[in-house]
Design a protein around this ligand. Structure first.
Ligand SMILES: [Zn+2]
Length: 149
């Protein structure tokens, strides 16, 4: 992150820092803001959810398909080299995700998982479903989308 980078280059570089301010997350944030939802970003809750809507007792994880192993999704395919290394790493991520979500639910939070690929494919649908979820219109299980299962 040096000064000779153009803002665009720097942005691209920052985007690679995993877990924060990735493009899909920014999309969801803008969408929520436009729909009138107010949220917090920094969170000490289990799993550090990307977006926390305290008023709605809801959290949103914006998950990268590869890192969080979106079941059946082409983008979750493991690299052919060092396959075992990646399999172990991703399996640990998935286990941690499950533990965190269970923890959050136990504490009374509603949890939505938005997969990166689903944002690219169906933006308007996602916006509607998320709004409904946050206002209590649908059950969380209807939001945790997994078009491949
Ligand atoms: Zn996916």
């Amino acid at each position: 992150m040096t000064d000779f980078m153009t803002p665009k280059q720097r942005h691209r570089c920052m985007s690679r820092v995993r877990g924060r301010d990735t493009t899909p997350e920014i999309f969801i944030r803008k969408m929520l803001w436009a729909a009138g939802f107010r949220y917090r970003l920094k969170s000490k809750l289990p799993g550090k959810p990307d977006i926390v809507l305290k008023k709605h007792r809801a959290v949103i994880f914006v998950n990268g398909c590869f890192w969080h192993s979106h079941a059946g999704c082409p983008k979750s395919k493991l690299p052919t080299t060092r396959k075992e290394f990646w399999a172990n790493k991703i399996a640990a991520n998935v286990e941690r995700d499950q533990r965190n979500i269970a923890d959050l639910k136990k504490k009374g939070w509603r949890v939505a998982v938005v997969w990166e690929c689903s944002i690219k494919n169906q933006e308007s649908k996602k916006a509607t479903v998320l709004s409904l979820f946050l206002s209590g219109g649908v059950r969380p299980s209807q939001v945790v989308d997994n078009p491949f299962n």
